[in-house]
Design a protein around this ligand. Structure first.
Ligand SMILES: *Cc1c(COP(=O)(O)O)cnc(C)c1O
Length: 351
């Protein structure tokens, strides 16, 4: 606490990201991609003229937005880019969710959303999850300030199909429905084709996970022109240049390599399903997942103790210290070798 802080800052409970350890550990705690970014990214890093950094970047990030618009089959005016999708989410909170009604979200979802609620003084209404810990789309109500959830959801891994999302959008028409698709490339179904039909749908995505660029900080949103314009108004009242010129060039190079993208996400999916089977044979309950992580629980072994046991043996996974999740571990999908090490150590710990 400091007397120099604004009153609001004293009351914040900031998001706590997964640890980035200094020592060499097998890192299965922050859902990073275990494979390198597309080779074209390396080429940009090699050839980018340093002199270009003298100038401010394009405030509209036109070239990157055009590449994303081509990727998703939408107009460039329907694409917004930000410094990681966390920033896009923050701008979306300010642009769409600051009303004197509560914002609705699942009780268990990406834990950054409640943090933004506090920062932007948005009241939160937590909706209980449905069976198998699925997001209950029927629980969202039309009179709220809006709806936000990750699909596939985090840290549970289940994703709803496009038609289910369309059903929600047919009911909730007077406020923004934000679908966070950070994990959609690992087996989910994107809601982006619905933006033509529903002007209140905003879909966010990131280069951090499926494109192996978490260190670059690049995220985006796709929606109707009026929603994108709302985001631009907030962005240009805060920081007109969120995307630096190098990040923009790297993002474009990553989007150009479809083959690399598909190979990496298929490898992650294959390893995920193999890991699921092996964890189940060790007695773990493993939730179905369309993402690059598994949420697991063991009926006979305490999750916090397993977390410590794994860490002592060089593997970092995620344990959330909340009541609902205290029995669970979230394990990011690494390479086959990394998962072999995980299983080997768990075999010892679960004996
Ligand atoms: C990782 C993650 C993000 C943040 O992505 P960045 O682009 O790295 O900021 C957003 N939403 C969810 C659900 C995530 O898991």
């Amino acid at each position: 606490m400091s007397k120099f802080w604004s009153p609001k800052v004293r009351e914040l409970t900031p998001y706590v990201p997964g640890e980035q350890p200094r020592e060499r550990l097998i890192k299965l705690n922050t859902n990073e991609n275990p494979y390198p970014p597309a080779p074209g990214v390396e080429a940009v890093l090699r050839d980018f003229p340093a002199d270009h950094l003298r100038r401010y970047p394009d405030p509209e990030s036109r070239a990157l937005r055009e590449a994303l618009a081509r990727e998703f089959g939408v107009e460039v005016e329907q694409v917004f880019v930000g410094n990681g999708s966390d920033e896009v989410l923050a701008l979306a909170f300010q642009a769409f969710f600051c009303h004197d009604r509560p914002l609705e979200m699942p009780a268990i979802t990406y834990s950054f959303y409640p943090v933004y609620c506090r920062l932007y003084d948005v009241e939160r209404r937590a909706l209980p999850l449905g069976g198998d810990w699925r997001v209950d789309l029927d629980a969202f109500t039309p009179g709220s300030a809006g709806a936000i959830f990750a699909n596939p959801n985090a840290p549970t891994g289940h994703g709803h199909g496009r038609e289910a999302i369309a059903g929600l959008l047919e009911r909730v028409t007077e406020s923004v429905v934000l679908v966070d698709e950070a994990y959609v490339d690992f087996g989910g179904e994107s809601a982006i084709p619905l933006v033509e039909r529903f002007p209140n749908l905003l879909v966010t995505g990131t280069f951090s996970k499926s494109r192996s660029l978490a260190g670059l900080r690049l995220g985006y949103a796709v929606g109707s022109r009026e929603l994108i314009e709302g985001l631009e108004r907030v962005k240009d009242s805060f920081n007109s240049y969120p995307i630096d010129s190098l990040a923009s060039a790297i993002g474009i190079a990553a989007l150009e390599d479809r083959e690399h993208f598909d190979a990496c996400r298929e490898a992650v999916i294959t390893t995920r399903e193999r890991t699921r089977t092996r964890l189940e044979s060790l007695g773990f309950r493993v939730l179905p997942s369309q993402s690059n992580f598994l949420l697991v629980s063991h009926p006979e072994h305490d999750a916090a103790q397993l977390f410590v046991g794994l860490r002592e043996r060089g593997i970092l996974v995620r344990h959330f210290n909340t009541e609902a999740l205290s029995d669970w571990l979230r394990i990011s999908i690494g390479t086959e070798d990394e998962m072999d090490s995980l299983i080997e150590i768990l075999e010892g710990l679960c004996r």
